[in-house]
Ligand binder design. Sequence first.
Ligand SMILES: *Cc1c(COP(=O)(O)O)cnc(C)c1O
Length: 369
Amino acid sequence: MIQRLPSTKLPKFTIAADMSDKQPDIPATAKVHLSREALVENWKTLNRLSGAASAGAAVKADAYGLGVSSVVEILQGSGCKDFFVANWQEASEIENIVSDDVNISVLNGIRAADLDFAVTSKAKPVLNSLQQAQLWRTTGKPCDVMIETGMNRLGIEVSDLDQIPVDGLNIDLVMSHLASADEDCEQNRQQLNIFLESSNQLGGKRRSLANSAGIALGSDYHFDCTRPGLSLYGGIQRSELAGKIKQVVTPFAEIIQIRTLNAGDLVGYNAQYIAKKTHDIAILAMGYADGYLRGFSNTGCFFVGDIKLPVLGKVSMDLIAIDISNAPQLETGDWVECEYDLPTASEQSGISQYELITGLGQRLPRVWT
Ligand SMILES: *Cc1c(COP(=O)(O)O)cnc(C)c1O
């Protein structure tokens, strides 16, 4: 077990402690910069766009790969009071760094195997079935309830809601989840209507429906609490959010070799780039093992200043070749910035914005700037 320091003793937003702990002091050849300012601004923007509702934060999957303890500390400091994790392991990682007036909800619910830990935890389960409601009722502790309104993922069927032992449950959030909030489609309105008709039956303290994209669907979808995840970290799934959400995550890689190609020279696995003229390329110490997947082969881009440095050929496990024709000043040991604005990078690679950040490898130190 990792000993957790009380929040007052935690270091102030430096490098995620877990990384530096277990590694000797060898400088990394690639890293991820995380902008504290952009994260805070994005939360404030989403909180403002949530109108009368207050924005929480989905911090499951290590805060979408950014590092959950830093993200929770930063957002808590900005005024965020509701955090959503996937499971009890994730709850245990943050329960000692949040203050007493902050809530943690465990989205995947409660199993009998979780109960021993859960009753001692500061976090509350999101009850997803009648069985879970029966199980949790014996504890008398707070909980949330998920209603299934059309996604057919987790949640209690509307037709079963009258069997919930509401008297024995201390329900905070009554919630549901939108399946297609990133699209303009009938399903959003359908889910909203089902939620409106069913959610009052349970007498919870608050209601919650919208994820990041759901916030952009307007005030009908806001209720008391919103649950943005992706857009906190720079993702934009709806045009209403374009220009309002800032990039948070930027990978950087070091040049470890420079070489000159002649016309006809081949680059990388399966020779997916063929030089048409003489020009220089640089080899970067990053690859698909770091989450920069093969979808970026021949489509991704790096930068030095404003100069574009296109990816050439296939991305290797630990290496990437880029065209440095327009930046002859570059040398071995220089660092270049990866184009990782999430909508752009998603378009380049065909990889979803969610997968682009949750997939960034543990080999890359997270450096808060
Ligand atoms: C992941 C998740 C969210 C956050 O969704 P984003 O699309 O990342 O904003 C909100 N609610 C639930 C139930 C989730 O699983």
